[in-house]
Design a protein around this ligand. Structure first.
Ligand SMILES: [Zn+2]
Length: 112
């Protein structure tokens, strides 16, 4: 593409013209990659999703709100997943303990 200010040919991906420093009109607002990473990680690795979500939220302030909703979603999903994971672990432990005691002490269960 060509610079709209000085007319020199510049790289298609250039954010600013290297000759005159003019900002290219085609430049999109910077995407909040941390918010995206947080949202993706939230489903698979909630702890990472939470960390990236917090960084993304911080970064969204610098980017004028870009990725704010995604960061919050990443944090919420991460927290929900972690709470669910803790609940599943607790339930599994209780079930295992109950199964173990049922196997090791059937007389005690029968006595009840
Ligand atoms: Zn230029």
């Amino acid at each position: 593409m060509y610079c709209k200010n000085c007319g020199k040919e510049i790289d298609n991906n250039a954010y600013v013209c290297p000759y005159c420093g003019f900002k290219t009109v085609e430049t999109k607002p910077e995407t909040n990659s941390m918010a995206i990473a947080g949202l993706v990680c939230a489903f698979f690795i909630p702890l990472l999703g939470l960390i990236f979500g917090c960084i993304g939220l911080q970064k969204s302030k610098e980017l004028g709100g870009e990725g704010r909703g995604m960061s919050i979603a990443a944090i919420v999903i991460s927290v929900v997943w972690m709470v669910l994971a803790v609940l599943i672990i607790i339930i599994t432990v209780i079930m295992t303990a109950a199964a173990m005691s049922a196997m090791t002490a059937p007389a005690a269960i029968l006595a009840l």
